[in-house]
Ligand binder design. Structure first.
Ligand code: NAD
Ligand code: 6OH
Length: 487
């Protein structure tokens, strides 16, 4: 593939032939695949001003039905250019084509359809109020957009997570400035072409490229013209962004890190549990915030479970994304691999038994500069070890036996995070009981990553602030204005 040049998308035009650019490398073989413009203060300011102007123009007057029509047109536009999105997402991330074809790109389109539907059916709150003259008053609350929304995105599911925030923001009538991850600049940029082609008014959707601190991310979150910030990424970054949002202050919606538990009871459908935990631990090379890096298995089935999970891990063939035999792609970058490998070393220092993996697989010479890593399973670590407590964000998990329900609930909840949990059992009463006791924003029973876009999504504890999804997104992307009419 030829070297791509990616500019910012501001006021429905691509800009960015300035002096500041950075290189995007392929995670598969380390080749430079794109040269990307890096936004400075001026470009970020231009994007925020374009968004503000859009709110004051035609977009600000468009009724909800027309906005919903445009969102549906964006979804159709993504589907029309499905192969372009697929190619761009796979090039940036190195993930298997089969995964992006079934998850990332369809969810990009589905997010727009879902929020087009949601916003059309939103009801108003109204009260009849008694007054001393007996005539009464009518109170009702309308929803207005928050204004200019900054959307800061990570690299693991780029289109899926960007559109998960852009779609409700636009459905509610906001204008957005998106800052994609420096690792995955392509699909948000391509989305600009779709937005323009379906007639989205100028300045409603803007994209600025760059890094976090001292770059586009920080400039955007500090910009006083931004009314609200929605962010998906690491908890530590969320803390930095919240400090920036304190000036104003501006509202934040945060989807942050996780260290999610998988709980396998002895009465489960074992094949389904092994399959489900394997996906939760290794899909997208373990780079899913909802993934399972801590697995607790009831003692009678512990040995059999570990053995079956090992076979699954060893069956995942690393390879080129387009190869149908490929079961696992590389990590996003060599830098991220250094971080994951530091945990692989730490596990050994902390006394883990390595069931499988633990290092870097042998790859053919042409892929040797990629960010390849072996899916890894450990046992035998204390709950206090860094590997069991900290989010690694790689294809790995620690498996530990348990004996009692209360014990496993305590173990699963003993974490600063609270994003997700997955429970495997055939006992319905136990499923409800244990699910309700999980300190997590989403709990799956006999499933993982099964999503209904109308449900509230977000994290407890250090895993986030707020809930998005369906009507819950309205709480963040709109502000209610109460109107009191004396009758
Ligand atoms: P990250 O926090 O390093 O970066 C996310 C984005 O923030 C990037 O665009 C980055 O450039 C930007 N950024 C970094 N520092 C910034 C700053 N000071 N100000 C403004 N912007 C800044 O996260 P990542 O490494 O891209 O993604 C992996 C992390 O995201 C993991 O922790 C994962 O759990 C989390 N994640 C959470 C969810 C969820 O729904 N809870 C979903 C996906 C990923
Ligand atoms: C994290 O890596 C995955 C997040 C998923 C969603 O936000 C979603 O809407 O499915």
């Amino acid at each position: 593939m030829s070297l791509r040049t990616l500019g910012h998308f501001i006021d429905n035009r691509f800009v960015g032939d300035g002096p500041r650019t950075f290189e995007k490398r392929s995670p598969v073989d380390g080749r430079v695949i794109a040269r990307v413009a890096e936004a400075g203060v001026e470009e970020v300011d231009a994007a925020v001003r374009a968004a503000r102007a859009a709110l004051q123009g035609e977009w600000g007057r468009l009724d909800v039905g027309k906005r919903a029509d445009l969102l549906n047109a964006v979804a159709d536009g993504i589907n029309r250019r499905f192969d372009d999105f697929l190619e761009a997402e796979v090039a940036d991330t190195g993930k298997p084509v089969s995964l992006a074809r079934h998850l990332d790109i369809p969810r990009g389109a589905a997010n727009f359809k879902a929020f087009a539907d949601t916003v059309k059916g939103v009801a108003m709150e109204a009260f009849q109020t008694a007054t001393p003259d007996g005539q009464g008053a009518l109170n009702y609350a309308i929803r207005a957009p928050k204004g200019v929304v900054a959307v800061i995105c990570p690299w693991n599911l780029p289109l899926l997570l960007t559109t998960w925030k852009v779609a409700p923001a636009l459905a509610c009538g906001n204008a957005v400035v998106v800052k994609p991850s420096e690792e995955t600049p392509s699909t948000a940029t391509l989305l600009g072409e779709v937005m323009d082609s379906v007639g989205l008014p100028k300045g409603v959707y803007n994209v600025v490229h760059g890094f976090g601190p001292g770059s586009a991310g920080e400039y955007l979150t500090r910009h006083p013209g931004v009314n609200a910030i929605t962010f998906t990424g690491e908890t530590r970054t969320g803390t930095a962004i919240m400090k920036a949002a304190a000036d104003g202050p501006r509202a934040v919606s945060f989807e942050l890190g996780g260290k999610n538990a998988g709980i396998v009871f002895a009465d489960c459908d074992m094949d389904a549990a092994v399959e489900g935990i394997a996906r939760a631990a290794f899909a997208n090379c373990g780079q899913v915030c909802l993934g399972t890096e801590r697995v607790y298995v009831e003692r009678p089935v512990f040995a059999a479970f570990v053995e079956a999970l090992k076979r699954k891990a060893e069956g995942l063939r690393p390879g080129r994304p387009e190869d149908a035999q490929t079961g696992i792609g590389p990590l996003i970058s060599r830098e991220h691999r250094d971080k994951v490998l530091s945990y692989y070393r730490k596990a050994v220092e902390e006394g883990a038994t390595i069931v499988t993996g633990g290092g870097v697989p042998d790859m053919p010479a042409e892929l040797a500069d990629g960010a390849w890593i072996a899916p890894t399973i450990w046992t035998g670590l204390p709950e206090t070890s860094a590997v069991v407590r900290e989010e690694i964000f790689g294809p790995c998990c620690h498996v530990r036996p348990f004996d009692a329900e209360d014990e496993v609930v305590r173990l699963a909840n003993d974490t600063p995070y609270g994003l997700a949990a997955t429970i495997w059992t055939r006992d319905l009463a136990r499923a409800h009981r244990v699910a309700a006791r999980m300190e997590a924003g989403i709990v799956w029973v006999n499933a993982w990553f099964l999503r209904d876009l109308r449900t509230p999504f977000g994290g407890s504890k250090a895993s986030g602030i707020g809930r998005e999804g369906g009507v819950h997104s309205l709480e963040f992307y709109t502000e209610q204005r109460n109107i009191c009419i004396k009758l």
